[in-house]
Design a protein around this ligand. Structure first.
Ligand code: C2O
Length: 599
């Protein structure tokens, strides 16, 4: 879609939330100022001067990405794997720098096994997944299996400075966990600074034992992402600088504007400038395909559609959904949906579209191309191209078109009543300029800054068993000593939308609305469950989760830039029980290695 929504203006925040800002700024400047000043000035400098974070200067020596045929995105499928006994599924991941050109423009990338996106993990519920990760990148890394619960193995959640200290450059780590109680469409990604923005992502499909979705003939994974021509560390440095992305930051007006992408990709292929490379999917006519969609991007939502075809939504973040027909759907960063596509129209070639949404952009990126295309064909030969007429038409529009997905109308097909909450916490989200002129993200009064060579999970097992706070003001950790049903009341005081993700536990979306929460009614009658929930600008949301999974679980905005600017807090769930779950010694050794390097 080319319709440019009005760009978000940073200056708005100054007028609309002036009261909030003043109050918070005062409390920050006065209350936390001393602690934060030092901390954030130092951490921003580390981020800015950590040259090992930058890509090799010798890009010309880098090996190119390994080309990937679109057949690698066709899955073996639930039916084919249904009779396989529970088993170990073993993967080897080698992470390294490569030279890629996903949209025709060459750039340094960080990828798994030379592939962008990385190899797809496809397993059954109940299987054990063993991934041997070797880090040949210049920085430490951690690989997170988004949305999986890691019950009993919280130290394999793969979250830097929370559940591990990182795999140092040149080192390996074996992640080893059993898929318990979760099935559906998800993805894995580096969870170390903005590293996944440079390419460390891949699909992770778990076939459920008794998934309540309509039947289909075949399945394909479709990963949509925004794409930056710059390396994420360079973009991050500029984003966090007082100059901001557009260099006018000294007035404080454009500071905090997030980097705007250049283009996007569909399964790793996009178009920018004159590039006309498309990924191609050859389908059979008169079949039903399950497209497993994921937004694996860093900043922008993406709208998915297939010209001339209605899509039926049947899954959201692993939760089966009562079938819901749409013309297209906007997928927020880190969210997933399965849609059914019937190849029952006139045989031919059709555009599949991933439209990078511009709503959150605060400046014009020269040459930006949000209209990303791929081709599906059925009943025609592989040279057939979609007709110009269809290409120009509004995707999914026309007579009888059902319109786009309205997330508030998603109904889980397995009826579940949300349990009553036993405890409630209120969180506020804001972006603020600190006393040292750093534009950072805050949960309540805290802006997360990962502690190098530390993992709060490990620290809580050893140093912090008495409950003493061993951290500085950058770690907001709420401890839940025994099982509770937790309400998180979130007021988003920012002018931006934030896709928030809770690790380790399923989330019930109990309610949301404009403004702040003042006791509005909640819905416990089969509410939507999912792991990544959009918190629109200036709105309240109440999420509920059953805190019964021992571990240290991140809760954060999934936009790379916002997480790097501190929009993350942690839940320490049942720490006494978590202390009984011992991480491999190798993980603790890697903490010592990284501590030595970073301190
Ligand atoms: Cu996709 Cu903290 O994760």
């Amino acid at each position: 879609m080319t319709a440019a929504a009005p760009a978000r203006q940073r200056s708005k925040i100054l007028c609309l939330t002036v009261g909030v800002i003043v109050v918070l700024a005062v409390s920050l400047g006065v209350g936390l100022g001393v602690g934060l000043k030092h901390h954030h000035a130092a951490s921003t400098e580390v981020k800015a001067s950590n040259s090992s974070n930058s890509p090799s200067n010798t890009t010309s020596n880098l090996q190119a990405l390994t080309p990937q045929d679109s057949s690698s995105f066709f899955l073996r499928g639930a039916a084919a794997m249904a009779d396989e006994p529970a088993q170990d599924r073993v993967y080897t991941f080698v992470l390294e720098e490569r030279l890629g050109a996903p949209d025709g423009v060459e750039k340094t990338m960080l990828v798994v096994n030379g592939l962008y996106p990385g190899p797809t993990i496809e397993v059954n519920e109940g299987d054990r997944v063993i991934v041997n990760v070797t880090n040949l990148m210049p920085n430490a890394t951690a690989i997170h299996w988004h949305g999986l619960y890691q019950r009993g193995t919280p130290y394999f959640d793969g979250t830097n400075a929370i559940t591990q200290c990182g795999i140092p450059p040149g080192e390996s780590l074996v992640y080893n966990f059993t898929l318990d109680g979760w099935s559906g469409t998800t993805w894995y990604h580096a969870h170390y600074s903005t590293q996944y923005t440079d390419g460390v992502t891949g699909a992770f499909i778990v076939h459920g034992k008794n998934e309540t979705v309509p039947s289909y003939d075949a399945e394909i994974v479709v990963q949509l992402s925004d794409l930056y021509h710059g390396f994420s560390t360079d973009l991050l440095r500029q984003y966090l600088s007082t100059q901001g992305m557009t260099g006018e930051g000294l007035t404080g007006v454009t500071q905090g504007n997030e980097p705007v992408p250049d283009a996007g990709t569909i399964n790793g292929v996009g178009q920018w400038g004159n590039s006309t490379a498309y990924s191609n999917y050859t389908l059979e006519a008169n079949k039903t395909y399950r497209l497993r969609l994921a937004n694996t991007g860093s900043f922008a939502a993406s709208r998915f559609s297939v010209d001339g075809h209605i899509l039926t939504v049947i899954e959201a973040d692993g939760v089966p959904i009562t079938p819901y027909e749409v013309s297209g759907l906007v997928i927020d960063v880190a969210q997933r949906y399965s849609v059914l596509l019937k190849t029952n129209r006139t045989t031919g070639a059709y555009w599949m579209r991933g439209s990078v949404q511009e709503d959150s952009f605060t400046y014009d990126e020269p040459g930006f191309n949000g209209n990303q295309l791929a081709i599906i064909r059925y009943g025609v030969d592989d040279s057939a191209m979609p007709s110009a007429e269809l290409a120009a038409s509004d995707p999914g529009a026309g007579d009888g078109a059902p319109g786009d997905l309205d997330v508030s109308l998603l109904v889980p097909s397995d009826f579940v009543e949300a349990p009553n909450s036993t405890i409630s916490y209120t969180l506020t989200i804001s972006m603020q300029n600190t006393a040292t002129n750093n534009w950072l993200s805050f949960v309540n009064s805290t802006s997360w800054s990962p502690l190098a060579g530390q993992a709060t999970l490990f620290d809580s097992l050893t140093l912090n068993s008495t409950g003493a706070n061993v951290y500085d003001d950058s770690q907001l950790i709420i401890t839940i000593p025994q099982k509770e049903v937790v309400d998180i009341v979130i007021n988003n005081y920012d002018d931006g939308d934030h896709p928030f993700h809770l690790h380790g536990m399923k989330v019930f979306v109990m309610g949301n609305g404009a403004g702040r929460y003042q006791g509005q009614a909640l819905n416990s009658n089969n509410p939507l469950r999912r792991d990544t929930v959009l918190l629109p600008a200036y709105t309240w949301t109440v999420l509920r989760f059953v805190a019964d999974n021992p571990g240290m679980w991140a809760f954060h905005c999934h936009l790379s830039w916002h997480m790097a600017a501190g929009l993350l807090m942690q839940w320490s769930v049942m720490p006494a029980e978590a202390a009984l779950l011992t991480p491999p010694q190798q993980m603790l050794d890697q903490c010592s290695m990284l501590k030595g390097i970073s301190d």
